[in-house]
Write a protein that binds this ligand. Sequence first.
Ligand SMILES: CC(C)(COP(=O)(O)OP(=O)(O)OC[C@H]1O[C@@H](n2cnc3c(N)ncnc32)[C@H](O)[C@@H]1OP(=O)(O)O)[C@@H](O)C(=O)NCCC(=O)NCCS
Length: 143
Amino acid sequence: MNHDNWFAITQLQVADDQKHFVAPNTFSLTQAHYQPELKLVPLGAFEGDTPVGFVMYGQYHYEGKDMQLIFRLMVDKNHQRKGYGRAIMEQTIERMKMLPMCEAIYISFEPENIAAKNLYIGVGFEDTGTIDEDEVIYRLKVI
Ligand SMILES: CC(C)(COP(=O)(O)OP(=O)(O)OC[C@H]1O[C@@H](n2cnc3c(N)ncnc32)[C@H](O)[C@@H]1OP(=O)(O)O)[C@@H](O)C(=O)NCCC(=O)NCCS
């Protein structure tokens, strides 16, 4: 994302019945600015010049440990079910694997979010059996 295209990312929307699954991208970008301790990395996903999705990862302190966490993922409602979600996840995992000391990548989601669950299992995440703030936590082992 840069000076020329960040605004387009703020305009991406999920469907109305998906809005409770993910914060608006404007919120995520604001959070990345004001919570530097999370080391958040917001990334826009583009097909050519067309914005299609957004992902943001960072560091989450949980039970005395720092974990690498994917905080947000969304694909615009007009671009879903075209493989973008999977492509974004695969590329994000490749980036995160290069982070120093990255032994595992975590992601959490509401248990009724079947699309997210299928997608995460499809790219290799496994249930940790832990629930935090009503969200299930999945993990992808890197090492
Ligand atoms: C979850 C989300 C990112 C998936 O993005 P997408 O671009 O539609 O996903 P893809 O087209 O790459 O699909 C990848 C896999 O996800 C699963 N999937 C995606 N949409 C699904 C749906 N509506 N129902 C069931 N499974 C679904 C499937 O396993 C699919 O693989 P397949 O096409 O081989 O069946 C998208 O639905 C979204 O933005 N949802 C709202 C926000 C959200 O819930 N974010 C996650 C918060 S934790």
